[in-house]
Design a protein around this ligand. Structure first.
Ligand code: CU
Length: 134
């Protein structure tokens, strides 16, 4: 009896691993097909605020608008420098990107005006912006 219980547990584990492997393959394909720009792209919703962190240490654009509630960010780093995007009032780092890549994140905000900044050392002097939530 103990032997057959172990056998069925092993087959459940095997089946789980197989399902997991298939899920990974499906996710990899889905991301690659989303915009055709490469397998490393993350899924970005249509409502996401898209921001570019430039190699010149600027946010483009530096003025953002969004409706109150869950606000999604897609932060793209230009070619050579990595950045993050931190909402100063809450202290939340909502997105991070490696050089040449895009990072996504979200935060729940009420109506108001929020300053955001990149907190990578040396960046905050120029990498600032304002998010208006209404
Ligand atoms: Cu930065």
């Amino acid at each position: 009896m103990a032997g057959s219980a172990n056998t069925s547990r092993a087959s459940v584990v095997r089946r789980s691993l197989l399902i997991l492997a298939m899920a990974v393959v499906l996710l990899a394909c889905g991301n690659g097909d989303a915009d055709g720009s490469g397998a490393d792209e993350v899924a970005i919703s249509d409502d996401a605020l898209r921001v570019l962190g430039t190699d010149d240490l600027l946010f483009e654009p530096d003025e953002l608008h969004a409706p109150a509630g869950e606000i999604e960010f897609a932060l793209t780093c230009e070619d050579r420098v990595h950045h993050n995007l931190v909402i100063i009032a809450t202290g939340d780092e909502v997105a991070v990107c490696a050089a040449g890549e895009t990072g996504v994140g979200s935060i729940e905000l009420d109506a108001g005006t929020y300053e955001f900044v990149c907190t990578i050392p040396g960046h905050s002097a120029t990498m600032r912006g304002e998010l208006t939530v209404d």
